[in-house]
Ligand binder design. Structure first.
Ligand code: PGA
Length: 261
């Protein structure tokens, strides 16, 4: 069976750009991609702004019919109720979010999110028809002690136990030591872990799920190194932090197919 996984280039803005800056950014990104004649069948682009920007981004994308998907950086595991400060998947769905990040290493590290909580968040996203982008990855200490694959594979197993074979999800492999450090993983290491993650998906769900689920690499991705990752058979895109905040640089990453031979 031949499965074509449309590459996804996802920009995680983290806590940057307010709603006015978001409008200017998305407008400029769309113009830049149009001007460069971006081939939409070659890669999909998505941005992940802060919650407070989402309504503005929705209004702009709808009005201008931009081919730019967007999502939130987190969601609540609960649907509604007395959870001060939390955001329900229902609210994100009504703002037209296609995606939501789940378990970014900064959420795991600074907000104590466990695999159990993250499994519930994946379930919450799926209940509202939002595609969760589940982030997994090892710290520098994990890498030294267990090698590259063990921790991300264990996180995947713990979070996706019992997931429906029909679920539409995206996995992002992000070695924690590569995030924001300027020191990306080598393409060989990234491919090795992404292949192990795909194998795990076939074990815990099934072969069809494993072959259609997109697995992204994240951690110091730039226009200068994206091509080497995209040449790997098990890497289907990138989750980009710092380099997603500059329009020209991000647009160049989205158009990686221009420099992949
Ligand atoms: P970076 O961040 O591209 O700045 O390394 C990636 C991420 O945190 O998703």
């Amino acid at each position: 069976m031949v499965t074509t996984r449309l590459p996804l280039i996802a920009g995680n803005w983290k806590m940057n750009l307010d709603h006015l800056q978001a409008i200017a950014f998305v407008q400029k990104l769309s113009w830049t991609l149009d001007e460069a004649r971006h081939d939409r069948s070659a890669s999909e682009v998505a941005v992940f702004p802060p919650f407070t920007d989402l309504r503005s981004v929705q209004t702009l994308v709808d009005a201008e019919k931009f081919s730019i998907a967007y999502g939130a950086q987190d969601l609540s595991a609960h649907d509604a109720g007395a959870f001060t400060g939390e955001i329900s998947g229902a609210f994100l769905a009504s703002l037209g979010c296609t995606y939501v990040l789940v378990g970014h290493s900064e959420r795991r590290q600074y907000h104590g999110e466990t695999d159990e909580v993250l499994g519930a968040k994946v379930g919450a996203a799926l209940r509202y028809g939002i595609v969760p982008v589940l982030c997994v990855g090892e710290t520098a200490a994990d890498l030294e002690e267990f090698g590259a694959s063990a921790v991300p594979v264990a996180q995947l197993k713990a979070t996706l136990a019992g997931i429906s074979p029909d679920a539409d999800i995206v996995i992002a492999y992000e070695p924690v030591w590569a995030i924001g450090s300027g020191k990306a993983a080598t393409e060989e290491q990234a491919e090795q872990v992404c292949a192990a993650l795909r194998h795990t998906l076939s074990e815990i769900v099934d072969a069809d799920f494993a072959s259609r689920t997109r697995i992204l690499y994240g951690g110091s991705v730039k226009s200068g190194n994206i091509a080497s990752f995209m040449r790997q058979p098990n890497i289907d895109g990138a989750l980009v932090g710092g380099a997603s905040l500059e329009v020209a640089e991000f647009a160049s990453i989205v158009r990686f197919y221009k420099h992949v031979i």
